[in-house]
Write a protein that binds this ligand. Sequence first.
Ligand SMILES: [Zn+2]
Length: 76
Amino acid sequence: MAKARRGRKRPPPTGDPDPGGSAREHWRADGQPKTRFDHQDDANRSSLRLRLEEGADLDPYRCSFCGGWHLGNRQE
Ligand SMILES: [Zn+2]
């Protein structure tokens, strides 16, 4: 009687940060950590500068992974 193992469902590890989950806001798509700002003011200033210089539409957001601030694409 062979056991049919379908799928690769494993219970999520407890205590580990979920890759692609909660820590996703901290990492860029290429695997590098995003630029971190200690204060929202710094993130705001950088966001404004990028908007003026590059036309980038980035919003500062609080990162729950590192506790700092990052800039991300506005997605609405
Ligand atoms: Zn972070």
